[in-house]
Design a protein around this ligand. Structure first.
Ligand code: PLP
Ligand code: MG
Ligand code: MG
Length: 608
């Protein structure tokens, strides 16, 4: 697995003359976007978690880039070559990484080829570009790099032209840095290509670099005006086309999950098969669990992963978190509160249900009084009732319970990763969610978040379940970095990509995007004189239950089918009390798509 990339971006770019006097080459725009931004986006979509940029000339420009980026300044950039910049970045490299030049445009397929490459050190090469600035490569009979030169005459059997994208191990990087150190006197402005060829060629402690050639690879390096013109006119459009061929037909899911996913998340599942007992996969799960915990608060939170849906996570909590003599109060104001009660009943627990309207806000004082009067040890609530879009005051109630020694269990299946949560602040002891809602991954992974002190108590609780046992799943993972049973391998890879992207957007940013979509919807609902089931101030802004229009011509199926034909999926209501349909605005959806849907809704309503 490749988690880091290094972009060497220290150069003066002097051949681009006035264009780069006060700007680094990477900020040259093609198609209206700086080429380094395009490169960063492709790297992130390929699963790179952190991008290290070695800066020099006009270093401050890089501070405006978004992403998990570490800037490393090469103070001597004017005297060193690219190898000097790479050496500055080397201390921050933790594992196998992608190495790129900053002045490239390229087809993202090249990144996938390198990620899939069996050789741990490999340089991407292409057939002839006729760019006039080629770095020619020569390889041995096994395809390993022997020589590189800008002078074609230096090369015997041509293996290809160096693209400027490679994959390397930390050991190869270390060898390259040693080579630079050893030649600091005779080659003070060494380029990285020279060090790459040197470590590949040497006899002792050789780090062979495989030349991975793609004959018709779409790429261009931009070092002068002629390169820029050629890139714009005869390369960039074809890169756009090649990448667009891989885009998956867009279906905008306005149902409350599984939510729409990005193509990068879909493609993250297409990877080399792996036995999940390999340490490498343990690392992936450990990373997922740690990163999910960070989304759930600042305190000591442990996240147990299970193969399963959201209901599995709910069942894990109800069946694992209540001691022999415990007494549970369940708040039921929708289908998922009701489901909590069904689970508790199946396990024969001692519990009571507090029933409340499914569309009006809870009576907070009454709930608090009930929790105290009944001598409950445990309290379970659904944060966001997806049934209607009602947002329960779970933080206020759970904080209250906490103050009174009552352990809290929260279904945050459709709240987590949209509504900012801090389990310590909010008084949540245990919390459930799933991979296919606001985190924007694929269906199949259930998460249970636990406050460490609450979790430790489970050790002595009765084992009412087996697959779903929280303590066993947690303890085994801590010990073996494995799930006890077969994990959904590819779904976890997709989840990893979804987490990378959620971190970039931030939960607050995600909620702002979702809210923007919701506002577009609500604006239309009001304009069309439709009514919402839940008072606006009690809504989650994640799903809206709309009361069906009062017209004999209205059929949910007609609206659904029209929407489906246009690429939108909508959902019927879930309550018997009121006839509604529901529009969710979670997942990888954009405000313009919601606008598109509202136009369609308006057209349909006008036919009634
Ligand atoms: N809890 C809530 C609040 C939900 O919205 C859902 C699903 O929509 C679930 C639980 C159950 O999740 P799943 O259908 O994945 O079992
Ligand atoms: Mg170059
Ligand atoms: Mg260059």
């Amino acid at each position: 697995m490749i988690r880091q990339a290094v972009i060497m971006a220290g150069g003066l770019g002097s051949r681009l003359k006035e264009r780069t006097v006060s700007m680094p080459k990477g900020f040259i725009e093609i198609g209206g976007v700086p080429i380094i931004k395009q490169s960063i986006k492709k790297l992130i979509s390929t699963g790179v978690e952190e991008i290290i940029i070695g800066t020099g000339h006009c270093a401050d420009w890089f501070e405006r880039l978004e992403g998990n980026i570490r800037l490393v300044h090469n103070a001597r950039y004017a005297e060193t070559g690219s190898m000097g910049t790479l050496a500055c970045c080397a201390p921050f490299v933790k594992g196998d990484f992608l190495l790129l030049e900053s002045d490239l445009i390229y087809d993202a397929a090249g990144l996938r080829v390198l990620v899939n490459e069996r050789h741990k050190n490999a340089a991407l090469a292409s057939g002839p570009t006729n760019s006039g600035d080629e770095v020619y490569l020569e390889a041995d009979a096994d395809g390993f790099l022997l020589r590189q030169s800008k002078n074609r005459a230096d090369i015997c059997a041509l293996a290809g032209e160096l693209v400027g994208i490679s994959r390397l191990t930390p050991a190869a990087l270390e060898a390259m840095v040693s080579y630079l150190d050893a030649h600091s006197a005779d080659m003070p402005n060494m380029e990285y290509e020279a060090a790459l060829a040197a470590v590949s060629l040497r006899t002792e402690n050789r780090m062979p670099v495989f030349v991975r050639k793609i004959e018709r690879y779409l790429w261009r390096e931009i070092d002068c005006e002629a390169h820029l013109v050629a890139a714009q006119e005869s390369v960039y459009p074809y890169i756009q086309e090649a990448e667009s061929l891989l885009s998956v037909r867009r279906e905008t899911l306005l149902n409350p999950g599984p939510a729409t996913t990005a193509d990068s998340v879909k493609y993250a599942q297409v990877c080399a098969d792996i036995c999940p007992r390999e340490a490498e996969f343990g690392d992936v799960m450990d990373w997922i669990s740690t990163e999910l915990s960070l989304f759930a608060g600042k305190g000591r939170i442990e996240t147990a992963l299970f193969g399963g849906s959201g209901t599995a996570a709910d069942e894990v909590m109800i069946s694992s978190c209540i001691p022999e003599n415990g007494k549970l109060l369940i708040i039921d104001n929708g289908s998922y509160g009701e489901r909590f009660a069904k689970i508790a009943s199946a396990y024969g627990l001692n519990f009571d249900v507090y029933k409340s309207s499914s569309f009006l806000p809870l009576d907070v004082d009454r709930v608090k009084q009930t929790a105290l009067d009944g001598m409950y040890t445990h309290f379970a609530i659904v944060y966001h009732e997806t049934t209607t879009g009602l947002l329960n005051p779970a933080p206020e109630l759970c904080r209250f319970c906490h103050e009174h020694g009552i352990t809290t269990i929260v279904d945050a299946v459709s709240a987590f990763a949209a509504i900012p949560i801090d389990m310590d602040r909010d008084g949540f002891d245990f919390m459930a969610s799933t991979s296919n809602k606001n985190i924007q991954g694929m269906a199949g992974v259930a998460f249970v978040f636990c406050r460490k002190d609450a979790l430790e108590k489970l050790k002595t609780y009765p084992m009412r379940n087996y697959y779903l046992n929280l303590w066993d799943q947690y303890a085994y993972f801590k010990k073996a970095r494995q799930m006890r049973f077969t994990p959904p391998v590819q779904t976890l890879y997709a989840l990893r990509q979804a987490i990378i992207e959620a971190k970039l957007e931030t939960i607050a940013g995600r909620y702002a995007r979702y809210s923007a979509c919701w506002e577009i919807l609500v604006h239309t609902i009001k304009r069309l004189n439709l009514n919402m089931l839940v008072p606006e101030e009690a809504q989650s802004r994640l799903i809206t239950a709309i009361i069906e229009p009062d017209s004999p011509k209205y059929r949910f199926d007609d609206l659904h089918d029209r929407a489906r034909d246009a690429g939108f999926t909508i959902y019927p209501g879930k309550l018997s009390a009121a006839a509604t349909f529901r529009i969710a605005n979670i997942g990888d959806i954009r405000p313009e798509e919601m606008s598109g849907f509202t136009l369609l809704l308006e057209r349909y309503i006008r036919t009634l």
